[in-house]
Design a protein around this ligand. Sequence first.
Ligand SMILES: NC(=O)c1ccc[n+]([C@@H]2O[C@H](COP(=O)([O-])OP(=O)(O)OC[C@H]3O[C@@H](n4cnc5c(N)ncnc54)[C@H](OP(=O)(O)O)[C@@H]3O)[C@@H](O)[C@H]2O)c1
Length: 236
Amino acid sequence: MKNKKKVVMISGANRGIGKVVAEKLSEEGYLLSLGIRNPFSLPESLSSIPETHLLCNGYDAKIPKSAKSWIDGTIEHFGRIDVLINNAGILHSFGIEDDSEELLDEMWEVNAKAPLRLTRLAFPYLRKSGSGRIIDIISMSGRRVKGNWVGYSMSKYAALAASHTARFQGWEDGIRVTAVCPGYLQSEMTAIHAPSVKQETMSRPRDIARIVSTLLTLPNESHVPEVMMNCMLETV
Ligand SMILES: NC(=O)c1ccc[n+]([C@@H]2O[C@H](COP(=O)([O-])OP(=O)(O)OC[C@H]3O[C@@H](n4cnc5c(N)ncnc54)[C@H](OP(=O)(O)O)[C@@H]3O)[C@@H](O)[C@H]2O)c1
């Protein structure tokens, strides 16, 4: 199937931020290619979208060949890729004195290596688009350190470095790359790992979706390299 509407790939769209972003972009008429581990975990709000507007592809950030098959599947289904949203991520909240190298390796795989791999594989198609976009959902933990989530921060700093590198490499071909760096958001992730912060005081996933939606309306000449979002006062 070939279509002129913009095709957006989103990793980890079955829940959390990715789900809310996918719902908003679907409402706005984008064609969605969702990369998720378990296609049966797609909520009704997304699984009810007609096949002409939705591809739900198996994707596991820890399995390199699944990135390639998701990209290939997207091209086969829609014939183009205009936007890649690197959203899938994990948090293991170990600290500096914990012996947790396996957890660090897992975060390195999912948070740092996997988005870079998808970016690399999507690049040729984003170039063809002429106004390709990559939105990397990083974190304020990739912008500053203020706690003891050492491995998470390391993986997110690395992801931010890849995001900015892609920004430079894609510029001449109209690819614009934005790193979105939220602080605490109302989510399962923060409910588990930041229980001392009240959920109602945190930013909301739908506000990330509004930001993503706005970023996608901007022309090549109005590029936003980074967006920081705070729910409490920060020094950066
Ligand atoms: N929540 C926050 O406060 C916050 C703040 C800043 C940045 N972020 C970042 O925002 C992104 C989304 O976070 P969230 O709050 O929406 O988290 P979440 O609710 O825990 O959702 C995480 C998403 O990532 C997917 N995922 C995890 N491991 C994966 C793997 N190996 N392969 C493919 N997908 C995988 C999950 O799929 P499954 O359902 O299969 O596990 C799920 O769809 C992450 O990159 C996170 O680091 C979150």
